[in-house]
Write a protein that binds this ligand. Structure first.
Ligand SMILES: Cc1cc2nc3c(=O)[nH]c(=O)nc-3n(C[C@H](O)[C@H](O)[C@H](O)COP(=O)(O)OP(=O)(O)OC[C@H]3O[C@@H](n4cnc5c(N)ncnc54)[C@H](O)[C@@H]3O)c2cc1C
Length: 485
């Protein structure tokens, strides 16, 4: 297995902000007095007046840790098994490994279980775009992503190559408007991001590889019993808190909520993905192949999205509407059939047909696109010591590039919640982890991710409609919003 070049630093929780990365600003005396006066007036008004809005502490980034919640440490943090609950993390994908790292830095004891036998067990060949989460990476002790590529230009075309939209740093530099502070996106292969997170653990052997969760048994007031299939045997373990980070087809979710209650929801389209080495494109001149440009081309039905995958390859994602059974059949036919279908549908402007032809079949995959209905607080809160995060909690279509971003934010939020809710003075053993941690964590996670799930489902429709063909120097989601008004 390859490891990243990053020098291993140890990290520990920042005591200044208790690992939260943010501190509360004191309420100014004059504001407090004004509020108290308004409250007196209201109380005298016999309920006739308007109650004053309660004062809230505003938050600001902690200066000591630069808002990350962690600071460098000379030694590896030691799990505090006396005070914190033991966490069983089910699933060693992006969200599960991120949670393990965030627990490690905060001395929270955990065990990470992954059904695959090793890191490279299955092809996970696609790239991710880190948006909000790119800033959050410092909260995992990752200051630089060696394999990350920053795009500085995003272009939208019609099929003959006419540019109908352009934005990004290069465009903003030309106009020098108020866009200067805008964020840039980082593109990174999913496995490189997963590896950068895994490298934060003392050893990759800290993952319990080859452990497939089969079921769990909840014993009221006691630890939850977990049963794993390991090399054909059933192994039992116990944990204070179980976190299902086991993806869109989550076993934890199925056991907790039931598949029938919240089945996969087909989003009426298929995606076909490919990764093409730039060396296969020798002799093709195009400024779209400069490893810093993201581009998309659409015709109102099919849409292709291309982004740098690594410094020497480009990733494409073709999507189009298709009946579910046809999409399942096509994906089951394998990469040769997928390539043929993709090439047939994209005889468009250069260099698209060349890229499609030059992509090796072994680097092509395709799937029908699904999400699930949004979870409610009640569904999630059925068990006192079990929760979900990432795709297990809020699967979404890939069209807004938000799934991994949300999984990373969930992981940080849960680890911070455990630190806050289970500190030594908290009585979490008596009060319960749900009351101390999970209710607040789940409310924050659902509030943050709901619009992403909805927008990602909407994108599965409008990216394959005429709306993508409107001229607008902005992502197509904003084009839709402007035209909806
Ligand atoms: C084509 C494509 C492009 C995407 N692009 C982006 C993007 O640009 N930006 C973005 O933010 N997101 C993107 N996403 C979404 C993103 O990949 C997912 O949202 C993210 O990987 C979810 O992370 P997760 O940890 O919740 O689940 P996963 O990464 O799916 O990990 C789940 C893990 O659980 C393990 N597991 C499953 N069942 C069990 C079990 N019973 N016992 C033990 N282990 C188990 C699995 O083996 C797996 O390792 C994209 C997705 C696709 C398909």
């Amino acid at each position: 297995m390859k490891t990243s070049k990053q020098n291993k630093l140890h990290w520990t929780m920042c005591l200044e902000c208790q690992g939260l990365g943010k501190k509360k600003r004191r309420i100014r005396k004059q504001d407090r007095l004004r509020y108290q006066k308004a409250l007196v007036v209201f109380n005298k008004s016999d309920g006739q007046g308007k109650p004053p809005t309660p004062l809230k502490h505003s938050l600001y980034p902690c200066e000591k840790c630069n808002g990350s919640g962690i600071i460098p440490s000379a030694t590896q943090p030691i799990p505090d098994t006396d005070n914190y609950p033991h966490i069983a993390i089910i699933g060693g994908g992006i969200g599960g490994v991120a949670l393990a790292v965030a627990c490690l830095h905060r001395n929270i004891p955990f065990t990470l279980y992954e059904r695959d036998h090793n890191f490279d067990a299955r092809s996970q060949g696609y790239g991710l775009t880190l948006q909000q989460a790119s800033k959050a990476m410092s909260g995992f002790g990752i200051l630089e992503l060696d394999a990350g590529i920053i795009s500085t230009r995003h272009v939208v075309h019609t099929t003959d190559g006419t540019v109908i939209g352009e934005w990004g740093f290069r465009k903003w530099m030309q106009t020098d408007s108020q866009n200067k502070g805008k964020k840039t996106n980082v593109h990174i292969p999913r496995q490189s991001l997963r590896l950068a997170l895994l490298d934060q653990l003392p050893s990759h052997n800290d993952v319990q590889w080859g452990h497939k969760l089969i079921d769990f048994k909840i014993n009221e007031g006691e630890k939850t019993e977990l049963n794993f299939q390991v090399d054909g045997q059933i192994i039992k373990t116990y944990a204070d808190l179980v976190v299902g980070a086991d993806g869109i087809r989550s076993t934890v979710r199925k056991l907790l909520i039931g598949e029938d209650h919240s089945p996969l929801r087909y989003l009426d389209c298929i995606v076909i993905l490919g990764i093409c080495p730039l060396k296969n494109l020798k002799g093709i001149e195009s400024d779209l192949l400069d490893s810093a440009t993201v581009f998309q081309t659409a015709n109102g039905n099919e849409r292709i999205y291309m982004m740098p995958f690594s410094s020497d390859s480009i990733m494409w994602q073709l999507s189009f509407p298709m009946a579910e059974n046809d999409a399942k059949l096509l994906s089951s036919q394998g990469s040769k059939a997928l390539k043929k279908e993709a090439c047939k549908r994209t005889l468009w402007h250069n260099p698209i047909p060349q890229i499609m032809e030059a992509t090796n079949e072994s680097q092509i995959s395709g799937y029908p696109v699904y999400d699930r209905a949004l979870l409610t607080d009640e569904e999630l809160s059925q068990e006192r010591q079990i929760t979900l995060l990432g795709d297990a909690a809020h699967p979404m279509s890939p069209f807004k590039g938000q799934g991994a971003n949300q999984a990373l934010l969930d992981a940080l939020s849960l680890a911070r919640g455990i630190t806050k809710g289970c500190k030594w003075s908290s009585d979490w053993k008596e009060n319960g982890i749900r009351e101390q941690v999970l209710t607040e964590f789940e409310a924050e996670m659902l509030a943050r991710s709901t619009s992403k799930v909805k927008d990602s489902a909407a994108a599965a429709k409008f990216l394959h409609s005429e709306i993508v063909l409107l001229k607008d120097d902005a992502p197509r989601g904003s084009t839709l919003k402007k035209n909806d008004k």
